[in-house]
Design a protein around this ligand. Sequence first.
Ligand code: PLP
Length: 290
Amino acid sequence: MNFDQIVDRRATAAIKWDKYAGRDIIPMWVADMDFRCAPPIVEALAKRVEHGVFGYTDPPAELNQVVVAYLQATYGWEIEAEWLVWLPGLVSAINLVCRAIGEDGDDVVTAVPVYHPFLTGPVHQRRSVTRVPMRLLTGRWAWDVEALERFLTPRSKLLLVCNPHNPVGRVFTRPELSELARIALEHDLIVASDEIHCGLVLDRDKRHLPFATLSPEIAQRTITLMAPSKTFNLPGLSCAFAVVPNAIGTLPLRRVQPDATARTAVQPVETTQAGAPNEPTCRTGRAPLN
Ligand SMILES: Cc1ncc(COP(=O)(O)O)c(C=O)c1O
């Protein structure tokens, strides 16, 4: 990639730039880089465009095999091609998983601060959301495991993990993730792990650890969400995938994604009447969201 070439994206309908159009503001509010993609990506897209027909398509089998091989080579993680569900983005994926796991009024648990769709997604999908404030431990933000255990209820069904974490920037260690895994197993929680930043770990002494690779037991209860969009600067192409193990099965995700587009699944559901028994709520832990 050429990091020295300046690309003027104004007047190209770029959401990032249009937000503050005409104002003297450098738009650093979204992870969307102003560099041209790496040449092999541009060439592959150009080749596809040259074909000239853009009809409905299934994910090509070759694409699934590329992902299977990549996860094996990068993380030593063995998955089956059948475990992959292709989606238009991670925000869609978070919404789909919230809808697919548990019932209306069940509880989704996450740590705050966090990327905001972790908090809005559950509510849009008729779930409550419990926010566990993170703790600052020896200069680093970490999950407050004691608080997490305290906040769990019999209706807690889904643990939403951001790994690596946005916004605190942590690449969690194996012991930290293992503690979350222990709790998930003890409380029968499904884990959804947003790993969109897995390819952007810049510290040479840190390695991304997919949550699902912690143990065979945890692999069977973890839905991993990944995308090339951050690492390769492709967010506008709307391409992401979920890795869904056999024990959960891809059916719950496919059931709430009624046709080839998942867009329908991310629309906010109709608002429930105030006071209705299953009305989604947002329960905050000990500290307010930053
Ligand atoms: C943690 C996290 N998940 C998901 C997304 C957005 O994913 P997508 O554009 O695929 O919906 C972002 C974007 O910044 C993010 O930081």
